[in-house]
Design a protein around this ligand. Structure first.
Ligand SMILES: NC(=O)c1ccc[n+]([C@@H]2O[C@H](COP(=O)([O-])OP(=O)(O)OC[C@H]3O[C@@H](n4cnc5c(N)ncnc54)[C@H](O)[C@@H]3O)[C@@H](O)[C@H]2O)c1
Length: 319
C-alpha cells in the first residue's frame, strides 16, 4: 500500500514508519520536524506543514495516517490557538483533501483524553466524552471532523489511544511510564501526583499493531476504536516500577506521593478494537520497562530538550 504518514517523525511515527516499511508498505512522511528527525535515512521525508498539502500531492496514496498535532495538555494550554488549529482543524483539512484526491482510508491518532474526568467505571466508545481541557476538546473535534467524511469510498478509523509507553528512537519522557522510568533511572525517585487516578496504557508494540490492523481492515470498516493494553491506577503503576527497579537493578527507588487533583480519570474498554479490528493486545508493563531498559538504560542521556515536548515547543513558539 502507498501510505502517507503526516506527523510521522514524532514519537509514534519514529517507531511505526520502519515497521510499515518492513511490512511492505511504500511510505512517505510529511512532518514539520519540531523535535528533529530520528527516522532511518531510507525514509522519504518531506518537511512541510500539513496545511500546505493539496489534493494533487495526495493523489496516488492508498491511505493516510494522521499522527500530526499538538500531543499533550501542557502544549495545548501554552498555545490554545495553535492547539485548536493543529488538532481540531488540521485532521479535518487533511481528510477532506485526501478524499478529494481519491485516497480510500484515513487513520486518525485520536486520544482517550477526550473522556476527561469520569467516575472510574469502564467506558466504551458510546460514552459521551466530557473533557473540558483544550487538548481533549480539540482531539474530539478532530475525530468528529474526519468521521463526517465517511462514505462508501472513504473509510476513517479513529484510534482512540491510551497513554503510550515504550521505546522510540524519538523518545518522549512526558508520558506516564516513560517519565517514571526516566526519574527512577536519573534520580532514584518516582513522583506520583495522584495514586488513585485511572489511566489506560498503550504499549508501543501494541500501538504499532493497531495502525497496521487499521490499514488492513476491510474497506467498509470505519469508526472510533479505543486502543489500550491495560487500564491501571497511577499508584499501582508506580509500585510496579519500584518493584522492577529493585528486582532488575537492585535499586530501592524512593516514591513520593503528592495527592494533586487530576482533570483526567478514565478506565476504558478495548473490546470493539479486539472484535472488529482483530487486535491482539499482548503488551505488558514489564515488557514496556524491559524495552526501555534494553534501548536506554542508565548511560542514556535523558537530558535532551527534544525528548520533552513542552520545552521544545516553548522554544519554537516564543510568545
Ligand atoms: N503519545 C501518546 O501517548 C498519545 C496518546 C494519545 C493520542 N496521541 C496522539 O497521537 C499523535 C502522535 O503522538 P506522538 O506521541 O507521536 O506525538 P509527537 O509530538 O511526538 O509527534 C507529533 C509530530 O507531528 C509533527 N507536526 C506537528 N504539527 C504538524 C503539522 N502541522 N504538519 C506536519 N507535521 C506536524 C511534529 O513535528 C511531530 O513530529 C498526536 O496527534 C497525539 O495527540 C498520542
Amino acid at each position: 500500500m502507498k501510505v502517507l504518514t503526516i506527523g510521522g517523525a514524532g514519537y509514534i511515527g519514529s517507531r511505526l514508519v520502519p515497521e510499515l516499511m518492513k511490512a511492505g508498505h511504500d511510505v512517505v512522511v510529511v512532518d514539520q520536524l519540531w523535535f528533529g528527525n530520528f527516522l532511518p535515512p531510507s525514509v522519504n521525508i518531506i518537511q512541510k506543514d500539513s496545511f500546505s498539502l493539496r489534493a494533487d500531492f495526495m493523489r496516488g496514496f492508498d491511505a493516510v495516517i494522521f499522527l500530526s498535532g499538538i500531543s499533550n495538555d501542557p502544549m495545548a494550554e501554552y498555545a490554545p490557538h495553535l492547539n485548536f488549529m493543529a488538532n481540531a482543524s488540521a485532521p479535518a483539512h487533511a481528510a477532506y483533501i485526501a478524499k478529494k484526491a481519491g485516497v480510500r482510508r484515513f487513520v486518525y491518532a485520536d486520544s482517550c483524553s477526550v473522556y476527561g474526568f469520569t467516575d472510574g467505571v469502564e467506558v466504551d466508545e458510546k460514552y459521551l466524552p466530557g473533557s473540558t481541557a483544550p487538548y481533549g476538546i480539540s482531539k474530539l473535534q478532530g475525530g468528529l471532523g474526519v468521521l463526517q467524511l465517511v462514505d462508501d469510498n472513504f473509510s476513517t478509523i479513529c484510534l482512540r489511544q491510551g497513554t503510550l509507553s515504550g521505546y522510540s528512537p524519538r523518545m518522549r519522557f512526558d508520558l506516564f511510564i516513560n517519565t517514571m522510568y526516566m526519574k527512577a533511572m536519573m534520580e532514584n525517585k518516582i513522583v506520583v501526583n495522584n495514586p488513585v487516578i485511572w489511566r489506560p496504557l498503550l504499549a508501543m508494540t501494541d500501538a504499532v499493531k493497531c495502525y497496521i490492523k487499521a490499514l488492513e481492515a476491510p474497506p467498509e470498516v470505519s469508526g472510533t476504536f479505543n486502543v489500550l493494553t491495560l487500564n491501571l491506577q497511577v499508584g499501582n503503576a508506580a509500585d510496579h516500577v519500584k518493584r522492577y527497579f529493585l528486582e532488575k537493578h537492585g535499586v530501592d527507588v524512593e516514591q513520593s506521593i503528592n495527592n494533586i487533583q487530576d482533570r483526567r480519570n478514565y478506565r476504558v474498554s478495548n473490546r470493539k478494537a479486539r472484535e472488529v479490528l482483530g487486535i491482539d493486545f499482548n503488551g505488558s508493563l514489564t515488557g514496556i520497562l524491559d524495552e526501555l531498559d534494553v534501548n536506554l538504560g542508565k548511560d542514556f542521556n535523558f537530558d535532551q530538550d527534544h525528548f520533552y515536548n513542552i520545552q521544545m515547543f516553548k522554544r519554537i513558539f516564543k510568545e
